[in-house]
Design a protein around this ligand. Structure first.
Ligand code: AHM
Ligand code: MG
Length: 335
């Protein structure tokens, strides 16, 4: 009789590389370039994961002592992650241009014959780096509009989110995860650092239609609209759990797995909220919709917003469909 080894081992799912090759038909233009681009993103994420895992020892957990182009405090890992992504995408040769949270203009990769542009927040939630709390990377991939053989233009990036070819995030948490969609549902891959590979661990991820978690920085309660304050009181009356890591990727990921809503609203001082449309909200809105959830700016679908500038901000309501619908209905009330 064959020995039963199931007690001593665990099942390893499909490796990312195999998943990509087996699902080539799910890549809108299926000529191999987008597959290679996703492989490049996964490679950069492994390098960044390696840097993060020893950040406290190598002295890269702190600040740069400078602000980025948006006037926000820059951490060393913000800069290192951006460097790694740009270098990997440049070498991968599938991207003609990149925009990033850390730089004002388009980064020309020199690969002018490439078909894709990437909008990326290389290190999101960077205020959590110093305290060893989960952080993430968010990426959006568009097919360029400008002609092949020329540098990427602003118009390549100023496309509605509905045009996304693929998007996803990497969560650097207790384990490292890559979650992405090419428009055929959402799949999550967990990194095995001993093998240096991502394996499919969360196939066909779905938002529950409603949940009992709300994620918002309630410290700013007094600068929210009366309608939003009313919704938050409702959440409390219903004894929903308040969960806010302050790392968008981690908050979004938890709500995706458990059901819930993440809100970064407009405030009196920041009428467009804080989060950026092109490299934060669009990608997560795409994932949310592919997982059966919803994402709006409080009035309209995020993926329908026509961008007019690269670093445009938007209020953001994302998560379980019924929760997003309910808050939208409340926001319309006269109070
Ligand atoms: P960042 O891209 O500069 O890190 O800012 C985005 C982060 C999100 O991850 C997080 O949800 C939010 O900012 C937290 O902001 P706040 O501290 O205002 O609640
Ligand atoms: Mg960010």
């Amino acid at each position: 009789m064959a020995a039963d080894i199931s007690k001593f081992t665990y099942f390893l799912g499909t490796a990312l590389d195999r998943f990509i090759s087996e699902n080539q038909k799910q890549f809108t233009y299926a000529s191999g370039e987008l597959s290679q681009l996703l492989r490049d993103i996964s490679l950069a994420s492994k390098i960044i994961n390696r840097e993060i895992s020893k950040a406290g020892l190598t002295g890269i957990a702190g600040s740069m002592g400078e602000d980025n182009i948006q006037g926000e405090h820059q951490k060393m890992l913000d800069v290192i992650s951006e460097f790694r992504f740009i270098a990997t995408l440049r070498r991968g040769r599938q991207t003609c241009g990149i925009i990033s949270e850390e730089q004002a203009g388009i980064i020309d990769t020199g690969n002018h014959n490439a078909k894709y542009v990437v909008a990326i927040d290389p290190m999101d939630g960077s205020s959590n780096i110093d305290v060893n709390v989960s952080i993430g990377t968010i990426f959006s991939i568009y097919r360029r509009i400008s002609p092949l053989g020329t540098p990427a233009t602003e118009q390549d990036f100023l496309q509605v989110g509905a045009n996304l070819v693929a998007a996803g995030y990497i969560l650097y948490g207790p384990s490292n995860m890559l979650v992405f969609s090419t428009g055929f549902g959402v799949n999550g891959f967990t990194y095995d650092p001993t093998l240096g590979e991502y394996f499919l661990s969360h196939p066909n991820m779905k938002f529950a239609s409603k949940g009992e978690i709300y994620s918002i920085n309630e410290g700013s309660y007094h600068s929210f609209s009366p309608q939003l304050q009313y919704y938050l009181e409702l959440c409390k009356k219903r004894k929903y759990s308040a969960r806010y890591i302050g790392s968008l990727v981690a908050d979004f990921h938890r709500n995706l797995l458990k059901g819930g809503i993440y809100i970064y609203p407009s405030t009196k001082s920041h009428p467009n909220g804080k989060l950026r449309l092109l490299y934060e909200c669009n990608a997560l809105a795409f994932i949310a919709e592919q997982a059966g959830g919803k994402a709006t700016d409080g009035k309209k679908r995020i993926l329908d917003i026509q961008p007019y500038e690269l670093h445009q901000r938007t209020p953001f309501f994302v998560g379980s469909a019924e929760m997003v619908d309910e808050v939208m209905e409340i926001l319309e009330r006269k109070m």
